[in-house]
Design a protein. Structure first.
Length: 71
């Protein structure tokens, strides 16, 4: 499966018009595979335009760092 990181560094698009009132308005469901697509990242948009593509493989985006507990 293809990972988002396989598509290279983020390609951030420029917004035309006002920012959406809700963060969810930056996303849409791909009509082909059903995966959520962040419209602010052109890599995702272009990938999901290819007919017959598979959903992108999920990736861990953050690592949890545990610090020693205070006594």
């Amino acid at each position: 499966m293809t990972k988002l990181s396989d598509l290279g560094p983020p390609i951030i698009g420029k917004r035309h018009g006002a920012e959406p009132a809700d963060e969810r308005d930056h996303f849409y469901n791909c009509p082909n595979c059903g995966q959520l697509v962040d419209q602010r990242d052109a890599r995702q948009v272009f990938y999901h335009e290819v007919p017959g593509h598979k959903p992108l493989e999920p990736e861990a985006v953050a690592k949890v760092i545990e610090f020693p507990r205070r006594k």
